[in-house]
Design a protein around this ligand. Structure first.
Ligand SMILES: [Zn+2]
Ligand SMILES: [Zn+2]
Length: 274
């Protein structure tokens, strides 16, 4: 499979005056399977460049598009109302979350409605299905997908995607525990080739009043990656207040203690092949 990041910023998008090498869109990533199926993980504002990359603006026929939502906070769904594919009659969209299919449907319906948006989610033209993904792996587009609850206000689900013995874990929004690594998440991510982890705060920011906000730090990501035996650590959900220079410093610090770590950036592509 091939994983491409289109949005890596947590909380809110940014449009810095002098641009940014890491990017300003909120979370959305595209996983393309060996068989050519497309799975989208999260629908933040990164969904808009993702859609452009997927269709090139000219695509007229669609395979089913699988959209895996980690949770429903704005930074993870705010691209949806502006996703042109949602309005196409020939589009077959399959939404997934770790809640029931009814709650998934209701949440999307409640999120996109008047007076906040002129089109109701359910009256948009695409064909839609709503499915739950639990802890047991299910086949989605020929790859195995499972979820694990994360430590985040109102809940969030990590996704593990496996194909041909290779795997990636998306743990976008989660807070570490003072007592040590999240054992459930470490077990879920065991042996993953790639672990994508919430690095919203520096340890100093976390200590200065962000405890309980539901996000984590890069050193906690390193601890988790070690506990899980993950091959590569991608630190993501980047803080909108962190400049490129600051992220570069954090990245250098992380690489010193865990050389196989990198901070996510828009356009980053990872290939996991047999
Ligand atoms: Zn978030
Ligand atoms: Zn959140």
């Amino acid at each position: 499979m091939r994983i491409e990041f289109f949005g890596i910023r947590g909380t809110s998008p940014i449009a810095p005056r002098r641009g940014t090498i890491y990017g300003g869109h909120t979370p959305s990533a595209l996983v393309r399977t060996a068989a050519g199926e497309n799975l989208v993980v999260d629908a933040g504002t990164g969904l808009l460049p993702l859609e452009h990359a997927l269709s090139g603006g000219t695509c007229t026929t669609f395979r089913p598009l699988h959209i895996l939502l980690t949770h429903f906070h704005f930074d993870h769904v705010s691209g949806l109302p502006f996703f042109q594919t949602l309005y196409r009659k020939d589009a077959d969209l399959r939404f997934y979350s770790n809640g029931t299919s009814d709650s998934l449907r209701w949440r999307l319906k409640a999120f996109m409605t008047g007076p906040y948006f002129p089109v109701e989610f359910e009256s948009s033209s695409s064909r839609k299905e709503y499915r739950r993904v639990g802890p047991r792996p299910v086949d989605i587009g020929g790859v195995l997908v499972s979820t694990c609850p994360l430590n985040h206000p109102q809940g969030c689900g990590a996704y593990r995607i496996e194909e041909n013995g290779r795997s990636v874990v998306f743990a976008t929004d989660t807070e570490h525990y003072a007592e040590g690594v999240d054992a459930r998440l470490a077990a879920f991510a065991l042996g993953a080739d790639v672990l994508i982890y919430d690095a919203s705060y520096t340890p100093a920011e976390y200590a200065a009043g962000k405890k309980g906000w539901g996000h984590s730090t890069w050193p906690a990501g390193v601890e988790l990656a070690r506990a899980a035996g993950a091959g590569k650590l991608i630190l993501s959900h980047l803080n909108p207040d962190h400049s490129d220079a600051k992220i570069k410093r954090l990245e250098a610090a992380a690489r010193k203690v865990f050389p196989r770590s990198v901070f996510a950036r828009e356009g980053l592509i990872l290939r996991l092949e047999k």
